[in-house]
Design a protein around this ligand. Sequence first.
Ligand SMILES: [Zn+2]
Length: 122
Amino acid sequence: MNLRKLIIYLIMIFGFAFSPAQAFTPIQKNIIRESLIRNNAGSFVTVIDCVITDQYAYTQLGGNQIYLDSVKFKDAPNTLANTVSHEVSHTQGNQHGDGSYMMNYSITLDQYGKIINDQKIW
Ligand SMILES: [Zn+2]
């Protein structure tokens, strides 16, 4: 194996090892975009797809970055839309249980911890 091949080989291995290697599907992108518009998210609110092991989505209170694990929402488009609404509400400074829009919302899971698709978009 020459040096050039070795370098390409190493880039391939470490590229796969360290990149999240996931992205929102085109349908998910549309759902997220519609939800951001519907909820009057500010221009600086961004939704980031990342691997989250202990939650499904989160937003730092008053922050502009919403983190979602797209794979967990792949069979739950309505739940994705509602979750984005909930997280946008966090970017607007609202907290769980404070009575604000979507702050009483929670994701429903089946017995295996898989997200159940909501019946409707709130
Ligand atoms: Zn929340």
